[in-house]
Design a protein around this ligand. Structure first.
Ligand SMILES: Cc1cc2nc3c(=O)[nH]c(=O)nc-3n(C[C@H](O)[C@H](O)[C@H](O)COP(=O)(O)OP(=O)(O)OC[C@H]3O[C@@H](n4cnc5c(N)ncnc54)[C@H](O)[C@@H]3O)c2cc1C
Length: 559
Protein backbone atom coordinates (compact mmCIF):
# COMPACT_ATOMS: atom_id res chain seq x y z
CA UNK A 1 0.00 0.00 0.00
CA UNK A 2 1.35 3.46 -0.89
CA UNK A 3 1.76 5.46 2.29
CA UNK A 4 -0.26 8.68 2.63
CA UNK A 5 1.92 11.77 3.10
CA UNK A 6 0.65 13.98 5.88
CA UNK A 7 3.09 16.65 6.94
CA UNK A 8 2.25 18.17 10.32
CA UNK A 9 0.11 21.27 9.84
CA UNK A 10 2.24 23.88 11.51
CA UNK A 11 1.34 27.50 11.75
CA UNK A 12 4.74 29.18 12.01
CA UNK A 13 7.92 28.35 10.15
CA UNK A 14 9.97 28.99 13.27
CA UNK A 15 7.95 26.39 15.13
CA UNK A 16 8.57 23.88 12.34
CA UNK A 17 12.28 24.61 12.60
CA UNK A 18 12.12 23.98 16.32
CA UNK A 19 10.30 20.66 15.86
CA UNK A 20 12.47 19.49 12.98
CA UNK A 21 15.75 21.41 13.29
CA UNK A 22 18.67 20.85 10.95
CA UNK A 23 21.99 20.40 12.75
CA UNK A 24 25.09 22.27 11.56
CA UNK A 25 28.14 20.27 10.34
CA UNK A 26 29.88 21.02 13.71
CA UNK A 27 26.87 19.76 15.68
CA UNK A 28 26.66 16.62 13.50
CA UNK A 29 30.37 15.98 14.18
CA UNK A 30 29.77 16.25 17.95
CA UNK A 31 26.91 13.71 17.74
CA UNK A 32 29.13 11.41 15.66
CA UNK A 33 31.60 11.33 18.58
CA UNK A 34 28.94 9.52 20.64
CA UNK A 35 27.74 7.01 18.02
CA UNK A 36 28.69 5.16 14.85
CA UNK A 37 28.11 6.04 11.20
CA UNK A 38 26.37 3.30 9.25
CA UNK A 39 24.63 2.75 5.93
CA UNK A 40 20.91 2.22 5.53
CA UNK A 41 19.16 0.52 2.62
CA UNK A 42 15.98 1.70 0.94
CA UNK A 43 12.99 0.33 2.88
CA UNK A 44 15.07 -0.74 5.90
CA UNK A 45 13.09 -0.46 9.15
CA UNK A 46 15.30 1.10 11.83
CA UNK A 47 12.71 1.32 14.61
CA UNK A 48 9.42 -0.53 14.96
CA UNK A 49 6.31 0.79 16.71
CA UNK A 50 6.19 -0.67 20.22
CA UNK A 51 9.92 -1.37 20.35
CA UNK A 52 11.16 -0.68 23.89
CA UNK A 53 14.87 -0.09 23.31
CA UNK A 54 15.91 1.71 20.15
CA UNK A 55 18.62 4.14 19.07
CA UNK A 56 18.62 7.76 17.98
CA UNK A 57 19.50 8.62 14.37
CA UNK A 58 20.96 11.71 12.72
CA UNK A 59 20.67 11.71 8.94
CA UNK A 60 23.93 12.26 7.05
CA UNK A 61 22.91 11.43 3.48
CA UNK A 62 19.79 9.21 3.61
CA UNK A 63 16.11 10.04 4.19
CA UNK A 64 14.11 8.55 7.06
CA UNK A 65 10.30 8.38 7.11
CA UNK A 66 8.41 8.40 10.40
CA UNK A 67 5.47 6.10 9.69
CA UNK A 68 2.44 5.21 11.76
CA UNK A 69 -0.39 2.82 11.14
CA UNK A 70 -3.72 4.54 10.57
CA UNK A 71 -7.18 3.29 9.58
CA UNK A 72 -6.39 4.37 5.98
CA UNK A 73 -3.19 2.30 5.94
CA UNK A 74 0.21 3.77 6.59
CA UNK A 75 0.74 7.45 7.20
CA UNK A 76 4.07 9.20 6.82
CA UNK A 77 4.10 11.68 9.67
CA UNK A 78 7.29 13.38 8.55
CA UNK A 79 10.54 12.72 6.69
CA UNK A 80 13.95 13.45 8.19
CA UNK A 81 16.55 14.64 5.66
CA UNK A 82 20.21 15.68 5.94
CA UNK A 83 21.08 17.07 9.39
CA UNK A 84 17.71 16.16 10.90
CA UNK A 85 17.24 13.61 13.66
CA UNK A 86 14.73 11.01 14.86
CA UNK A 87 13.09 10.58 18.26
CA UNK A 88 10.62 12.13 20.65
CA UNK A 89 10.12 12.02 24.42
CA UNK A 90 9.74 8.23 24.65
CA UNK A 91 13.28 7.76 23.38
CA UNK A 92 14.63 9.76 26.29
CA UNK A 93 12.39 8.18 28.90
CA UNK A 94 13.09 4.62 27.72
CA UNK A 95 9.48 3.96 26.69
CA UNK A 96 8.16 2.16 23.63
CA UNK A 97 8.41 3.78 20.17
CA UNK A 98 5.15 5.38 18.95
CA UNK A 99 5.96 5.05 15.23
CA UNK A 100 8.14 3.15 12.75
CA UNK A 101 11.27 4.74 11.33
CA UNK A 102 12.01 3.53 7.82
CA UNK A 103 14.62 4.59 5.27
CA UNK A 104 12.93 6.06 2.20
CA UNK A 105 16.30 6.89 0.58
CA UNK A 106 19.49 4.86 1.10
CA UNK A 107 22.60 6.53 2.51
CA UNK A 108 24.39 7.17 5.78
CA UNK A 109 23.11 7.88 9.27
CA UNK A 110 24.74 8.29 12.68
CA UNK A 111 23.30 5.80 15.16
CA UNK A 112 23.51 6.66 18.88
CA UNK A 113 22.35 4.27 21.65
CA UNK A 114 19.99 5.65 24.32
CA UNK A 115 22.64 5.63 27.09
CA UNK A 116 25.07 7.50 24.84
CA UNK A 117 22.33 9.98 23.94
CA UNK A 118 21.68 10.59 27.67
CA UNK A 119 25.41 11.15 28.20
CA UNK A 120 25.44 13.58 25.27
CA UNK A 121 22.51 15.68 26.54
CA UNK A 122 24.08 15.85 29.99
CA UNK A 123 27.36 17.21 28.69
CA UNK A 124 26.51 19.23 25.58
CA UNK A 125 24.29 22.16 26.58
CA UNK A 126 23.63 23.36 23.02
CA UNK A 127 22.58 19.97 21.62
CA UNK A 128 20.66 19.21 24.80
CA UNK A 129 18.51 22.30 24.25
CA UNK A 130 17.88 21.50 20.57
CA UNK A 131 16.97 17.85 21.24
CA UNK A 132 14.84 18.50 24.34
CA UNK A 133 12.83 21.24 22.63
CA UNK A 134 12.25 19.12 19.53
CA UNK A 135 11.28 16.02 21.56
CA UNK A 136 8.84 17.96 23.73
CA UNK A 137 7.25 19.79 20.76
CA UNK A 138 6.95 16.56 18.79
CA UNK A 139 5.09 15.03 21.75
CA UNK A 140 2.79 18.05 21.93
CA UNK A 141 1.95 17.55 18.22
CA UNK A 142 1.34 13.84 18.80
CA UNK A 143 -1.08 14.61 21.62
CA UNK A 144 -2.84 17.35 19.64
CA UNK A 145 -3.36 14.97 16.69
CA UNK A 146 -4.32 11.96 18.83
CA UNK A 147 -1.33 9.96 17.57
CA UNK A 148 -0.47 7.18 19.87
CA UNK A 149 -0.72 3.54 20.64
CA UNK A 150 -3.72 3.64 22.98
CA UNK A 151 -7.44 3.67 22.26
CA UNK A 152 -9.59 4.31 25.31
CA UNK A 153 -13.26 3.29 25.13
CA UNK A 154 -15.01 4.94 28.04
CA UNK A 155 -18.11 6.56 29.44
CA UNK A 156 -18.77 9.55 31.68
CA UNK A 157 -20.80 7.15 33.85
CA UNK A 158 -17.75 5.06 34.73
CA UNK A 159 -15.35 6.47 37.32
CA UNK A 160 -12.54 4.35 35.89
CA UNK A 161 -12.72 6.34 32.64
CA UNK A 162 -11.69 9.59 34.30
CA UNK A 163 -8.97 7.75 36.23
CA UNK A 164 -7.49 6.27 33.04
CA UNK A 165 -7.80 9.58 31.16
CA UNK A 166 -6.02 11.32 34.03
CA UNK A 167 -3.34 8.66 34.19
CA UNK A 168 -2.57 8.90 30.46
CA UNK A 169 -2.74 12.71 30.38
CA UNK A 170 -0.59 13.16 33.47
CA UNK A 171 1.98 10.86 31.94
CA UNK A 172 1.83 12.91 28.73
CA UNK A 173 0.81 9.83 26.74
CA UNK A 174 -1.22 10.43 23.56
CA UNK A 175 -4.43 8.44 23.16
CA UNK A 176 -7.61 8.28 21.12
CA UNK A 177 -10.87 8.47 23.08
CA UNK A 178 -14.07 6.79 21.98
CA UNK A 179 -17.12 7.94 23.96
CA UNK A 180 -19.47 5.00 24.45
CA UNK A 181 -22.28 7.33 25.51
CA UNK A 182 -22.28 8.88 22.04
CA UNK A 183 -21.14 6.06 19.78
CA UNK A 184 -23.84 3.40 19.77
CA UNK A 185 -22.00 1.38 17.13
CA UNK A 186 -19.03 0.82 19.39
CA UNK A 187 -21.33 -0.20 22.24
CA UNK A 188 -22.82 -2.88 19.95
CA UNK A 189 -19.33 -4.12 19.18
CA UNK A 190 -18.51 -4.33 22.87
CA UNK A 191 -21.75 -6.22 23.52
CA UNK A 192 -20.79 -8.74 20.90
CA UNK A 193 -17.46 -9.30 22.63
CA UNK A 194 -19.33 -9.63 25.94
CA UNK A 195 -17.69 -6.56 27.38
CA UNK A 196 -20.21 -5.45 30.01
CA UNK A 197 -20.56 -2.23 32.02
CA UNK A 198 -18.19 -3.42 34.76
CA UNK A 199 -15.43 -3.85 32.14
CA UNK A 200 -15.57 -0.18 31.08
CA UNK A 201 -13.23 1.55 30.44
CA UNK A 202 -11.60 -0.70 27.89
CA UNK A 203 -8.06 0.13 26.85
CA UNK A 204 -6.69 -1.18 23.57
CA UNK A 205 -3.00 -1.03 24.15
CA UNK A 206 -0.49 -0.95 21.27
CA UNK A 207 -3.19 -2.34 18.97
CA UNK A 208 -2.66 -5.74 20.57
CA UNK A 209 -3.84 -6.08 24.15
CA UNK A 210 -7.42 -5.45 25.20
CA UNK A 211 -7.45 -4.46 28.86
CA UNK A 212 -10.81 -4.39 30.67
CA UNK A 213 -11.03 -1.71 33.37
CA UNK A 214 -7.27 -2.01 33.91
CA UNK A 215 -5.37 -0.68 36.91
CA UNK A 216 -2.90 2.14 36.30
CA UNK A 217 -0.12 -0.36 36.93
CA UNK A 218 -1.40 -2.67 34.17
CA UNK A 219 -1.49 0.27 31.73
CA UNK A 220 2.02 1.33 32.75
CA UNK A 221 3.28 -2.22 32.22
CA UNK A 222 1.62 -2.53 28.83
CA UNK A 223 3.01 0.78 27.60
CA UNK A 224 6.47 0.01 28.96
CA UNK A 225 6.55 3.05 31.26
CA UNK A 226 8.97 1.36 33.67
CA UNK A 227 12.38 -0.23 33.26
CA UNK A 228 12.93 -3.37 35.37
CA UNK A 229 14.29 -2.72 38.88
CA UNK A 230 17.64 -4.22 39.81
CA UNK A 231 16.96 -5.38 43.38
CA UNK A 232 20.62 -6.17 44.04
CA UNK A 233 21.79 -2.60 43.45
CA UNK A 234 21.98 -0.44 46.58
CA UNK A 235 20.81 3.04 45.54
CA UNK A 236 22.38 6.19 46.96
CA UNK A 237 18.88 7.53 47.41
CA UNK A 238 15.37 6.21 46.90
CA UNK A 239 12.84 9.02 46.60
CA UNK A 240 9.26 8.06 47.41
CA UNK A 241 6.67 10.25 45.66
CA UNK A 242 6.98 12.22 42.42
CA UNK A 243 5.11 15.39 43.32
CA UNK A 244 7.01 18.69 43.12
CA UNK A 245 9.13 17.78 46.18
CA UNK A 246 10.13 14.32 44.92
CA UNK A 247 10.77 15.53 41.37
CA UNK A 248 12.98 18.36 42.65
CA UNK A 249 14.92 15.88 44.78
CA UNK A 250 15.30 13.61 41.72
CA UNK A 251 16.59 16.45 39.50
CA UNK A 252 19.16 17.60 42.08
CA UNK A 253 20.23 14.08 43.14
CA UNK A 254 20.70 12.82 39.58
CA UNK A 255 22.34 16.02 38.33
CA UNK A 256 24.83 15.79 41.21
CA UNK A 257 25.82 12.26 40.25
CA UNK A 258 23.80 10.23 42.78
CA UNK A 259 22.22 6.91 41.83
CA UNK A 260 18.59 7.92 42.37
CA UNK A 261 15.39 5.90 41.98
CA UNK A 262 11.95 7.48 42.30
CA UNK A 263 8.83 5.48 43.17
CA UNK A 264 5.45 7.01 42.35
CA UNK A 265 2.21 5.22 43.20
CA UNK A 266 0.20 7.10 40.59
CA UNK A 267 1.46 9.69 38.04
CA UNK A 268 4.10 12.39 38.31
CA UNK A 269 3.03 15.79 39.62
CA UNK A 270 1.14 14.92 42.81
CA UNK A 271 -1.42 17.45 43.97
CA UNK A 272 0.18 20.13 41.83
CA UNK A 273 -0.87 18.19 38.71
CA UNK A 274 -4.50 18.77 39.65
CA UNK A 275 -4.03 22.53 39.65
CA UNK A 276 -5.28 24.18 36.48
CA UNK A 277 -2.97 27.17 36.91
CA UNK A 278 -0.23 27.83 39.44
CA UNK A 279 0.31 31.57 39.49
CA UNK A 280 2.67 31.98 42.43
CA UNK A 281 5.59 29.82 41.30
CA UNK A 282 8.71 31.83 40.63
CA UNK A 283 9.52 32.47 36.98
CA UNK A 284 6.03 31.97 35.52
CA UNK A 285 4.41 35.42 35.57
CA UNK A 286 1.38 34.28 33.57
CA UNK A 287 1.09 31.02 35.53
CA UNK A 288 1.68 27.43 34.50
CA UNK A 289 -0.59 24.40 34.74
CA UNK A 290 0.51 21.91 37.38
CA UNK A 291 0.61 19.19 34.76
CA UNK A 292 2.92 21.15 32.49
CA UNK A 293 5.26 21.94 35.38
CA UNK A 294 5.31 18.27 36.41
CA UNK A 295 5.88 17.08 32.83
CA UNK A 296 8.89 19.36 32.45
CA UNK A 297 10.34 18.32 35.82
CA UNK A 298 9.85 14.64 34.97
CA UNK A 299 11.73 15.01 31.68
CA UNK A 300 14.46 16.99 33.44
CA UNK A 301 14.93 14.25 36.08
CA UNK A 302 15.14 11.57 33.39
CA UNK A 303 17.56 13.67 31.37
CA UNK A 304 19.96 13.69 34.31
CA UNK A 305 19.65 9.91 34.63
CA UNK A 306 17.23 9.38 37.55
CA UNK A 307 15.14 6.19 37.21
CA UNK A 308 11.44 6.91 37.68
CA UNK A 309 8.89 4.18 38.30
CA UNK A 310 5.27 5.06 37.54
CA UNK A 311 2.28 3.37 39.24
CA UNK A 312 4.69 1.61 41.61
CA UNK A 313 3.97 2.75 45.15
CA UNK A 314 6.03 2.10 48.26
CA UNK A 315 4.16 -0.35 50.51
CA UNK A 316 6.65 -0.49 53.41
CA UNK A 317 9.96 0.84 54.60
CA UNK A 318 12.23 -1.85 56.03
CA UNK A 319 13.92 0.36 58.61
CA UNK A 320 15.41 -1.97 61.21
CA UNK A 321 18.89 -2.05 59.65
CA UNK A 322 21.02 -0.23 57.07
CA UNK A 323 21.01 -0.18 54.15
CA UNK A 324 17.28 0.44 54.36
CA UNK A 325 14.93 -1.10 51.80
CA UNK A 326 11.76 0.23 50.27
CA UNK A 327 9.27 -2.51 49.46
CA UNK A 328 7.08 -1.89 46.43
CA UNK A 329 3.39 -2.84 46.19
CA UNK A 330 4.12 -5.70 43.73
CA UNK A 331 6.65 -7.25 46.13
CA UNK A 332 9.96 -5.92 44.75
CA UNK A 333 12.47 -4.52 47.27
CA UNK A 334 14.88 -1.67 46.61
CA UNK A 335 17.87 -1.32 48.97
CA UNK A 336 18.81 2.29 49.74
CA UNK A 337 21.61 4.08 51.58
CA UNK A 338 19.30 7.05 52.11
CA UNK A 339 15.59 7.67 51.56
CA UNK A 340 13.71 10.87 50.80
CA UNK A 341 10.03 10.68 51.71
CA UNK A 342 8.00 13.00 49.46
CA UNK A 343 4.61 11.28 49.59
CA UNK A 344 2.67 14.50 50.14
CA UNK A 345 -0.94 14.33 51.10
CA UNK A 346 -4.14 12.61 50.00
CA UNK A 347 -7.37 14.47 49.46
CA UNK A 348 -9.74 14.57 52.39
CA UNK A 349 -13.26 13.37 51.57
CA UNK A 350 -16.50 14.58 53.17
CA UNK A 351 -18.26 12.81 56.04
CA UNK A 352 -21.09 11.75 53.71
CA UNK A 353 -22.29 8.22 52.88
CA UNK A 354 -21.84 7.06 49.29
CA UNK A 355 -19.32 9.75 48.36
CA UNK A 356 -16.73 7.23 47.13
CA UNK A 357 -19.38 5.62 44.87
CA UNK A 358 -19.32 8.74 42.70
CA UNK A 359 -15.54 9.28 42.53
CA UNK A 360 -14.86 10.28 38.94
CA UNK A 361 -18.59 10.05 38.15
CA UNK A 362 -19.65 13.43 39.51
CA UNK A 363 -17.31 13.77 42.51
CA UNK A 364 -13.84 15.14 41.77
CA UNK A 365 -10.77 16.15 43.76
CA UNK A 366 -9.07 18.31 41.18
CA UNK A 367 -10.19 20.85 38.60
CA UNK A 368 -8.20 20.48 35.39
CA UNK A 369 -9.36 20.83 31.77
CA UNK A 370 -10.40 17.14 31.87
CA UNK A 371 -12.98 17.72 34.62
CA UNK A 372 -14.03 21.11 33.27
CA UNK A 373 -14.96 19.48 29.94
CA UNK A 374 -17.22 17.06 31.77
CA UNK A 375 -19.27 19.84 33.34
CA UNK A 376 -19.27 22.40 30.54
CA UNK A 377 -22.57 24.31 30.48
CA UNK A 378 -23.79 22.65 33.70
CA UNK A 379 -23.99 23.72 37.34
CA UNK A 380 -21.26 22.66 39.72
CA UNK A 381 -20.56 22.84 43.44
CA UNK A 382 -17.07 23.48 44.80
CA UNK A 383 -16.61 22.71 48.51
CA UNK A 384 -13.80 24.34 50.49
CA UNK A 385 -12.52 27.70 51.62
CA UNK A 386 -8.81 27.42 50.79
CA UNK A 387 -6.83 28.56 47.77
CA UNK A 388 -7.31 25.29 45.90
CA UNK A 389 -11.11 25.68 46.17
CA UNK A 390 -10.89 29.32 45.08
CA UNK A 391 -8.75 28.46 42.06
CA UNK A 392 -11.11 25.65 41.12
CA UNK A 393 -14.19 27.92 41.34
CA UNK A 394 -12.59 30.64 39.18
CA UNK A 395 -11.36 28.10 36.63
CA UNK A 396 -14.62 26.15 36.38
CA UNK A 397 -16.65 29.36 36.07
CA UNK A 398 -15.13 29.84 32.60
CA UNK A 399 -17.16 26.94 31.20
CA UNK A 400 -19.82 26.03 33.75
CA UNK A 401 -23.30 27.57 33.82
CA UNK A 402 -23.03 28.41 37.53
CA UNK A 403 -20.51 27.61 40.27
CA UNK A 404 -21.75 27.36 43.85
CA UNK A 405 -18.86 27.74 46.29
CA UNK A 406 -19.86 26.13 49.59
CA UNK A 407 -17.84 26.92 52.73
CA UNK A 408 -18.38 25.90 56.33
CA UNK A 409 -16.96 29.16 57.71
CA UNK A 410 -18.69 32.54 57.75
CA UNK A 411 -16.45 33.87 54.94
CA UNK A 412 -13.32 33.38 52.87
CA UNK A 413 -11.02 36.09 54.23
CA UNK A 414 -9.32 33.89 56.85
CA UNK A 415 -8.44 31.01 54.55
CA UNK A 416 -8.05 32.29 50.98
CA UNK A 417 -5.58 34.66 49.31
CA UNK A 418 -7.01 38.13 48.74
CA UNK A 419 -6.53 38.08 44.97
CA UNK A 420 -8.73 34.98 44.73
CA UNK A 421 -11.40 36.37 47.07
CA UNK A 422 -11.58 39.44 44.84
CA UNK A 423 -11.88 37.36 41.66
CA UNK A 424 -14.68 35.32 43.20
CA UNK A 425 -16.56 38.42 44.35
CA UNK A 426 -16.28 39.97 40.90
CA UNK A 427 -17.36 36.86 38.98
CA UNK A 428 -21.14 36.82 38.36
CA UNK A 429 -21.06 33.06 37.62
CA UNK A 430 -19.83 32.22 41.14
CA UNK A 431 -22.27 32.15 44.02
CA UNK A 432 -20.75 32.01 47.51
CA UNK A 433 -22.74 30.16 50.19
CA UNK A 434 -21.22 30.46 53.68
CA UNK A 435 -22.01 28.41 56.84
CA UNK A 436 -22.98 25.47 54.60
CA UNK A 437 -22.18 21.77 54.76
CA UNK A 438 -22.95 18.92 52.34
CA UNK A 439 -25.10 16.29 54.06
CA UNK A 440 -25.96 13.83 51.27
CA UNK A 441 -25.17 12.89 47.68
CA UNK A 442 -27.57 10.88 45.56
CA UNK A 443 -27.67 9.28 42.14
CA UNK A 444 -27.51 6.01 40.28
CA UNK A 445 -24.42 5.40 38.13
CA UNK A 446 -23.62 9.14 38.22
CA UNK A 447 -24.11 11.83 40.84
CA UNK A 448 -27.55 13.40 40.29
CA UNK A 449 -28.41 15.44 43.41
CA UNK A 450 -26.58 17.15 46.27
CA UNK A 451 -28.15 18.09 49.62
CA UNK A 452 -26.63 20.65 51.99
CA UNK A 453 -27.49 22.27 55.30
CA UNK A 454 -27.25 25.96 56.04
CA UNK A 455 -25.79 26.13 59.58
CA UNK A 456 -27.24 29.57 60.35
CA UNK A 457 -30.88 28.70 59.52
CA UNK A 458 -30.68 24.89 59.96
CA UNK A 459 -32.51 24.57 56.60
CA UNK A 460 -31.60 21.79 54.16
CA UNK A 461 -31.72 22.25 50.36
CA UNK A 462 -31.43 19.68 47.60
CA UNK A 463 -30.43 20.67 44.10
CA UNK A 464 -30.12 18.62 40.93
CA UNK A 465 -26.40 19.17 40.50
CA UNK A 466 -24.26 16.52 38.80
CA UNK A 467 -20.76 17.77 39.59
CA UNK A 468 -19.21 18.20 43.03
CA UNK A 469 -15.62 19.32 43.50
CA UNK A 470 -14.27 18.45 46.95
CA UNK A 471 -11.37 20.79 47.70
CA UNK A 472 -11.21 20.48 51.47
CA UNK A 473 -7.52 19.86 52.00
CA UNK A 474 -5.56 16.70 52.45
CA UNK A 475 -4.11 14.29 55.01
CA UNK A 476 -0.44 13.19 54.98
CA UNK A 477 0.37 9.93 53.14
CA UNK A 478 2.35 8.24 55.91
CA UNK A 479 0.47 4.97 56.58
CA UNK A 480 3.07 2.96 54.68
CA UNK A 481 5.80 4.08 57.11
CA UNK A 482 4.22 2.05 59.89
CA UNK A 483 6.06 3.50 62.89
CA UNK A 484 9.52 3.88 61.26
CA UNK A 485 9.69 7.66 61.84
CA UNK A 486 8.28 10.05 64.45
CA UNK A 487 5.05 11.83 63.45
CA UNK A 488 3.34 14.87 64.94
CA UNK A 489 -0.21 14.88 66.34
CA UNK A 490 -1.72 15.30 62.87
CA UNK A 491 0.31 12.49 61.31
CA UNK A 492 2.88 14.71 59.52
CA UNK A 493 6.55 13.69 59.71
CA UNK A 494 8.73 15.49 62.25
CA UNK A 495 12.16 16.55 61.06
CA UNK A 496 15.33 18.35 62.22
CA UNK A 497 14.86 20.82 65.05
CA UNK A 498 11.17 19.81 65.45
CA UNK A 499 12.30 16.46 66.88
CA UNK A 500 12.36 16.75 70.66
CA UNK A 501 14.78 14.99 72.98
CA UNK A 502 11.96 12.59 73.87
CA UNK A 503 11.26 11.86 70.18
CA UNK A 504 14.91 10.99 69.60
CA UNK A 505 15.13 8.85 72.73
CA UNK A 506 11.95 6.98 71.75
CA UNK A 507 13.37 6.45 68.24
CA UNK A 508 16.76 5.31 69.67
CA UNK A 509 18.63 7.95 67.63
CA UNK A 510 22.07 6.31 67.42
CA UNK A 511 24.35 9.21 66.38
CA UNK A 512 26.23 11.86 68.32
CA UNK A 513 25.12 14.57 65.90
CA UNK A 514 21.52 15.81 65.97
CA UNK A 515 19.31 15.19 62.91
CA UNK A 516 20.02 17.43 59.92
CA UNK A 517 17.41 19.90 58.74
CA UNK A 518 14.67 17.78 57.00
CA UNK A 519 16.09 14.55 58.49
CA UNK A 520 13.56 12.35 60.31
CA UNK A 521 14.11 10.42 63.55
CA UNK A 522 15.77 7.74 61.39
CA UNK A 523 19.32 8.65 60.27
CA UNK A 524 19.60 9.12 56.51
CA UNK A 525 15.81 9.21 55.99
CA UNK A 526 14.50 12.66 55.04
CA UNK A 527 11.00 14.10 54.65
CA UNK A 528 10.19 16.94 52.25
CA UNK A 529 7.13 18.79 50.99
CA UNK A 530 3.54 18.52 52.20
CA UNK A 531 4.16 15.28 54.12
CA UNK A 532 6.51 17.11 56.52
CA UNK A 533 5.20 18.81 59.64
CA UNK A 534 5.69 22.57 59.42
CA UNK A 535 5.88 22.62 55.60
CA UNK A 536 4.19 25.60 53.95
CA UNK A 537 2.01 23.58 51.51
CA UNK A 538 3.21 25.42 48.45
CA UNK A 539 4.85 24.18 45.26
CA UNK A 540 7.86 26.43 45.85
CA UNK A 541 8.31 25.13 49.41
CA UNK A 542 8.12 21.52 48.18
CA UNK A 543 10.64 22.15 45.39
CA UNK A 544 12.98 24.00 47.78
CA UNK A 545 12.89 21.25 50.37
CA UNK A 546 13.43 18.53 47.76
CA UNK A 547 16.60 20.22 46.59
CA UNK A 548 17.89 21.04 50.10
CA UNK A 549 17.47 17.44 51.25
CA UNK A 550 19.89 16.31 48.53
CA UNK A 551 22.65 18.46 50.08
CA UNK A 552 22.18 16.53 53.35
CA UNK A 553 22.04 13.20 51.52
CA UNK A 554 25.61 13.91 50.31
CA UNK A 555 26.69 14.55 53.92
CA UNK A 556 25.10 11.32 55.17
CA UNK A 557 26.70 9.31 52.34
CA UNK A 558 30.11 10.61 53.49
CA UNK A 559 29.54 9.83 57.19
C1 LIG B 1 -5.99 21.87 43.34
C2 LIG B 1 -4.72 22.35 43.98
C3 LIG B 1 -4.20 23.58 43.60
C4 LIG B 1 -2.99 24.03 44.15
N1 LIG B 1 -2.50 25.22 43.73
C5 LIG B 1 -1.33 25.67 44.23
C6 LIG B 1 -0.78 26.90 43.78
O1 LIG B 1 -1.36 27.59 42.93
N2 LIG B 1 0.40 27.31 44.29
C7 LIG B 1 1.07 26.58 45.23
O2 LIG B 1 2.17 27.00 45.62
N3 LIG B 1 0.58 25.41 45.68
C8 LIG B 1 -0.61 24.94 45.22
N4 LIG B 1 -1.14 23.77 45.69
C9 LIG B 1 -0.40 23.03 46.71
C10 LIG B 1 0.74 22.23 46.07
O3 LIG B 1 0.24 21.50 44.96
C11 LIG B 1 1.36 21.27 47.09
O4 LIG B 1 1.88 22.02 48.17
C12 LIG B 1 2.49 20.46 46.45
O5 LIG B 1 2.00 19.69 45.37
C13 LIG B 1 3.15 19.54 47.46
O6 LIG B 1 4.10 18.79 46.80
P1 LIG B 1 4.62 17.39 47.39
O7 LIG B 1 5.55 16.86 46.38
O8 LIG B 1 5.12 17.59 48.76
O9 LIG B 1 3.35 16.45 47.54
P2 LIG B 1 2.24 15.98 46.52
O10 LIG B 1 2.04 17.00 45.48
O11 LIG B 1 1.10 15.58 47.37
O12 LIG B 1 2.89 14.69 45.83
C14 LIG B 1 3.09 13.50 46.52
C15 LIG B 1 3.23 12.35 45.55
O13 LIG B 1 3.55 11.17 46.27
C16 LIG B 1 2.83 10.08 45.73
N5 LIG B 1 2.69 9.04 46.77
C17 LIG B 1 1.90 9.04 47.87
N6 LIG B 1 2.09 7.91 48.57
C18 LIG B 1 3.01 7.18 47.91
C19 LIG B 1 3.62 5.91 48.14
N7 LIG B 1 3.34 5.16 49.20
N8 LIG B 1 4.53 5.46 47.22
C20 LIG B 1 4.86 6.20 46.13
N9 LIG B 1 4.30 7.41 45.87
C21 LIG B 1 3.40 7.89 46.75
C22 LIG B 1 1.49 10.69 45.33
O14 LIG B 1 0.83 9.90 44.33
C23 LIG B 1 1.95 12.04 44.78
O15 LIG B 1 2.22 11.99 43.40
C24 LIG B 1 -2.32 23.27 45.15
C25 LIG B 1 -2.87 22.05 45.55
C26 LIG B 1 -4.05 21.58 44.97
C27 LIG B 1 -4.62 20.25 45.40
Amino acid sequence: MTPVKSPMPLTMASREEQIFPTLTPEQIARVAGHGRTRTVQHGEVLVETGQQHYPFFVVVSAELDVVRASPAGEEVVTTHAHGQFSGELNLLTGRRALANIRASQPGHVIEVGRDDLLALVQTDGELSEIFMRAFILRRVEFIARGFGDVVLLGSSYSSGTLRVKEFLSRNGHPYTYVDLDRDAGVQDLLDRFQVDTADVPVVICRGQLVLRNPTNEEIADCLGFNEPIDETRIRDVVIVGAGPAGLAAAVYAASEGLDALVLESNSPGGQAASSSRIENYLGFPTGISGQELAGRAFTQAEKFGAQLMIAKGAARLACSRRPYAVEIENGARVPARTVIIATGAEYRGLPVDNLSRFHGAGVYYGATPLESQLCRGEEVIVVGGGNSAGQAAVFLAQGALRVILLVRAAGLAETMSRYLVRRIEQNPSIELRTNCEIVAVEGDAHLERVRWRDGSSGRESTEAIRHLFVMTGAVPATKWLDGCVALDDHGFIKTGPDLSHDDLTAARWPLVRPPHLLETSLPGVFAVGDVRGGNLKRVAAAVGEGSIAVAFVHQVLHE
